[in-house]
Design a protein around this ligand. Structure first.
Ligand SMILES: Cc1cc2nc3c(=O)[nH]c(=O)nc-3n(C[C@H](O)[C@H](O)[C@H](O)COP(=O)(O)OP(=O)(O)OC[C@H]3O[C@@H](n4cnc5c(N)ncnc54)[C@H](O)[C@@H]3O)c2cc1C
Ligand code: SF4
Length: 324
C-alpha cells in the first residue's frame, strides 16, 4: 500500500529545489521507477516533487561547444530515435533502444534512467538490508546469481541503467542544480561505489536535480557501440553488457573507452584493457588478451561465476566487430 504523500508540481527549477530540500522529498520525472519503489515501500516520501512541467529540462539540442545537450526530461525513446545521436553517438542510441519496453521508454526519462534505484531482489522485496538501513546484505548468503562480480563491498548490486555505461564511454557530463547552485560532474564520477557509501547510488546531495547531460563534440572517426545480454528475450535488465567508444586508424586503436553493465554497482570502466589496446593493432591475439584481462580481477559470488566467461565472450565479440 502506498503511504500518503504530498504532491507538488514545480513551476520552476528554483521551486523544485526549494521543495526538495524538505525532509523525505523525492524527484518525480517519468515515475516508471519511483512509483514502483513507493508502492512497494522500498523507501517512503513525504513530498513527491514533479519536475515534468519544467520545459527547459525537455529535449535535445546542440551545445555551444558543438556537442549535444540532453535535457534530463528527454525520454529514452527520443534519445533512441534522434538522427544526430544515431549518426554520431551510436552506442547511446543502441543503449536507449535496449532499455525496458517501448511503453517504459516513452515514459521514462534519461535523468531518471541514470538515477534509478537498484534491482537487487532483496532490496526490492521485504528485506531490511544494509542499503535500506539494516545491518545485513542478504545476497551474500542468499540468491546472488544476478549480483556483481566487480566493485562489491558490503553491498553487491549491479547498476541497472543501460544508458549510463554508454554515456560514460562517450565522456558525458552530468549537470546538476541544487540549493548551493550549479555543478557539473563527469558521469563516470556520478555513481557511488558501496565502499564509499552503501546507502546511496549517486553523488546527488539533498535538494539536487539533474538538469541535463552533455555530450562532447563528436570526435571524427569515433565508433561507439552497446551490446546487452539478458536472461530473457523480452525486456530485462543486463546480465552482461559492454559499451565501447573507440577511434581507430585502420586496425590501430588510437583511443578507447570501455564500460560494463551488469558487472558492478556502478558502470564499470576497464582502464587496464583500454591501456592494453591503445596504440596497438587490434588483431585476434590482442583481442583475446584484452578479453582475458577484462575479467582477470573479477570476484564472483557463489552463483554468478557464469558471468566471467560471459563477459569474456561479449567483450571479445564486440572488439572483433569493431575491427570490421
Ligand atoms: C519493468 C521495468 C523494466 C525496466 N528495464 C530497464 C532496462 O532494461 N534498462 C534500463 O536502463 N532501465 C530499465 N528500467 C528502468 C527505467 O528505464 C527507468 O525507470 C526510467 O528510465 C526512469 O525514468 P523515469 O523518468 O521514469 O524516472 P522516475 O521513476 O521518475 O525516477 C527514478 C529515480 O530517479 C530520480 N530522478 C528522476 N529524475 C531525476 C532528476 N532529473 N534528477 C534527480 N533525480 C531524478 C527519482 O527521484 C527516482 O529515485 C525498467 C523499469 C521497469 C519498471
Ligand atoms: S546486494 Fe545491496 S541491495 Fe542487495 S541485499 Fe545486499 S545490501 Fe541490500
Amino acid at each position: 500500500m502506498l503511504k500518503p504523500f504530498a504532491y507538488v508540481r514545480a513551476g520552476s527549477l528554483d521551486e523544485a529545489v526549494k521543495h526538495l530540500t524538505l525532509e523525505e522529498s523525492v524527484v518525480h520525472a517519468g515515475g516508471t521507477d519511483l512509483l514502483g519503489c513507493l508502492r512497494d515501500r522500498i523507501f517512503e516520501a513525504g513530498t513527491v516533487v514533479s519536475i515534468s512541467g519544467l520545459k527547459n529540462l525537455h529535449g535535445i539540442s546542440r551545445s555551444p561547444s558543438g556537442g549535444l545537450r540532453l535535457g534530463a526530461l528527454t525520454t529514452v525513446t527520443e534519445i533512441a530515435r534522434d538522427p544526430f545521436i544515431h549518426e554520431h553517438y551510436k552506442g547511446l542510441a543502441r543503449a536507449a533502444l535496449e532499455v525496458a519496453s517501448p511503453q517504459l521508454r516513452n515514459q521514462g526519462t534519461i535523468g531518471g534512467n541514470i538515477c534509478q534505484k537498484p534491482r537487487c531482489w532483496y532490496y526490492r522485496g521485504d528485506f531490511h538490508c544494509l542499503r535500506k538501513g539494516g545491518n545485513l546484505c542478504y545476497a551474500v548468503g542468499g540468491e546472488n546469481a544476478f549480483h556483481c562480480i566487480f566493485g562489491g563491498e558490503n553491498c553487491y548490486i549491479v547498476h541497472p541503467s543501460d544508458t549510463a555505461p554508454a554515456l560514460a564511454a562517450l565522456e558525458a557530463v552530468v549537470h546538476i542544480q541544487g540549493p548551493k547552485g550549479k555543478r557539473a560532474v563527469p558521469i563516470e564520477a556520478f555513481h557511488v561505489l558501496p565502499s564509499e557509501d552503501f546507502t546511496r547510488e549517486t553523488v546527488l546531495e539533498t535538494g539536487e536535480i539533474v538538469t541535463e547531460i552533455e555530450l562532447p563534440p563528436p570526435i571524427p572517426g569515433l565508433r561507439s557501440t552497446y551490446r546487452k545480454v539478458r536472461a530473457r528475450r523480452s525486456w530485462d535488465f543486463a546480465l552482461a553488457g559492454v559499451a565501447l567508444a573507440m577511434v581507430m586508424e585502420g586496425k590501430r586503436v588510437t583511443k578507447a573507452r570501455i564500460f560494463l553493465s551488469g558487472a558492478a554497482p556502478i558502470p564499470w570502466r576497464l582502464k587496464e584493457v583500454e591501456a592494453l589496446i591503445t596504440g596497438k593493432s587490434l588483431d585476434s591475439g590482442l583481442i583475446r588478451q584484452a578479453a582475458e584481462a577484462a575479467v582477470r580481477n573479477a570476484q564472483p559470488m557463489e552463483q554468478n561465476a557464469y558471468k566471467i566467461p560471459l563477459f569474456r565472450a561479449v567483450i571479445e565479440e564486440e572488439l572483433q566487430t569493431a575491427t570490421r
